[in-house]
Design a protein around this ligand. Structure first.
Ligand SMILES: [Zn+2]
Ligand SMILES: [Zn+2]
Length: 189
């Protein structure tokens, strides 16, 4: 029995357990760990807004809605900060706990399916999976500050965007060092 409620728990006690009943809420979650991928994410305690609709269905509670949050990270080419607003829809079914056992028996063969089922915790539903999934799905894997970001200069590591167009480094290549003087004396015709 779970006694501790996670940061995305929502109490459905006001929703009558009668199929077809529906309630809507505007929620803000701002007590949570960072949510996201290694390169982009919603920082810890940064508000995550959820427009939630819960509907009673025969198997449990169907939760659907929209997740919106402010995401920050770094350009994967030039490391400049990136900020973006993400908004994504989700739909999850939370089965009644009582169904957990009978359901298990009936579906023992379909073990692979078992993990994907979410269950209620008393009157609570845990929106963490739904919220994380929705947010992460909307995040680019290799975020860029702009489509044509030129990244960093391979020699000095400065962002190409901030350097003059003719930016270059003198190459002190040992193989050509001996030819430098010769090349200088080469007569121009
Ligand atoms: Zn960039
Ligand atoms: Zn450079």
């Amino acid at each position: 029995m779970q006694t501790q409620h996670g940061p995305f728990y929502f109490n459905c006690v006001d929703l009558p357990r009668r199929a077809g009943e529906m309630k809507e809420y505007e929620l803000t979650f701002d007590k949570h760990e960072r949510v996201g991928t290694p390169v982009l994410g919603v920082e810890a305690d940064e508000p995550i807004d959820v427009d939630l609709r819960i509907t009673s269905v025969s198997e449990g509670v169907l939760a659907s809605g929209t997740v919106a949050a402010f995401v920050t990270g770094e350009c994967t080419r030039c490391l400049e900060p990136i900020e973006l607003d993400v908004e994504q829809n989700f739909t999850e079914l939370y089965r009644y706990e009582a169904e957990k056992k009978s359901h298990k028996k009936a579906k023992e063969i379909e073990i692979a399916d078992e993990d994907e089922d979410l269950h209620m915790d008393g009157d609570f539903i845990d929106l963490e999976f739904a919220i994380r999934d929705a947010l992460i799905l909307d995040l680019p894997l290799n975020p860029l500050c702009s489509e044509d970001c030129e990244g960093l200069c391979p020699d000095c590591g400065l962002p190409m965007a901030e350097l003059p167009e003719d930016h270059a480094h003198e190459k002190h290549d040992i193989r050509w060092a001996g030819l430098e003087g010769w090349a200088g004396e080469k007569p121009s015709e």
